[in-house]
Design a protein around this ligand. Sequence first.
Ligand code: 5MM
Length: 344
Amino acid sequence: MFENELRATAQAMVVTGKGILAADESFGTANKRFQKLGIPTTEEMRRAYREMLFTTPGIGDFFSGVILFDETIRQSTADGTPFVQLLSNQGIIPGIKLDAGAKPLAKSPNELVTEGLDGLRDRVKEYYELGARFAKWRAVITIGEGIPTRRCIEANAHALARYAGICQEGGLVPIVEPEVLMDGDHTLERSYAVHEEVLKTVFYELHRYGIALDQMVLKPSMVISGQTSSQPASVEAVAQATVKCLLDCVPASVPGCAFLSGGQTDQQATEHLNRMNVLYGGKLPWKLTFSYGRALQQAAMQAWMGKPENVPTAQKALALRARCNSAASVGKYSPELEKVAVSV
Ligand code: 5MM
């Protein structure tokens, strides 16, 4: 019923030169980030923060979509414009986080499974009526001694596929996000092996559940050495390994891969994406773009600090990251771009 609309939305989400802002931090994550900076953890502060982000002049040139949290999709600017309308007016597609978070997987110490399938059909219907046109579900895979287990990979892939099916039935393009964490001291090769197993399992489950691959977007992590690895991989190695792994695992009918940043520094996330597009842009079956949370927002949040007088500086910080990542999504980023002032 929604097929044409879903196909068009998925294409628009990965349109050339644009990416997705992940602003769907749940209460726990948003409050943790505020607390670190001494920002009060109130509903009004979370609203004011998102208003600062979404009213940044020019973001419609760089963002195709914004992922919202349940609280945020119901909020408005101080002068009463609903956020959904504010984004749509700028040509930005509103999306919604649908998972209920990653919880401990029974009988699998240190592994997580993402919950949120109960009642999902009704929630999809409500969010569609509220104006969302795509959704996100994040599965978390940890690399460590003896993990990830097949049990963990399969449980998460199964949930991703069931979520994606309910989304497509209800008119929301599913972002399928299997995140392999960067935490740990693993090598690039180990990251590759885990990504390959996870992505192959996810696409097997998507197939089993009848998911239309041209009506979804993949949000993968990059194939990268662990944060405490003694052999940190170069930008070139990360770009090559990530694209090779995606070519091995992601069917050509998927319109695009919009990466998460996963704890990389702002500039690392930009450089890795840029290098992939420099090396392979135009030769791949799908677009490679960004769907960053921290790597787009952290400089802006640090500049904002919860103070209205800091809004212009914070918006400049967001606009700078948006512009750099937009350039990276077409292989046109260079570190000099970091120094070119943005006008907001
Ligand atoms: C991995 O997190 C997603 C991408 O963000 P990064 O680029 O910072 O890695 C992000 O969309 C995440 O799912 C949201 O921030 C929501 O997080 P919580 O912890 O609230 O589910």
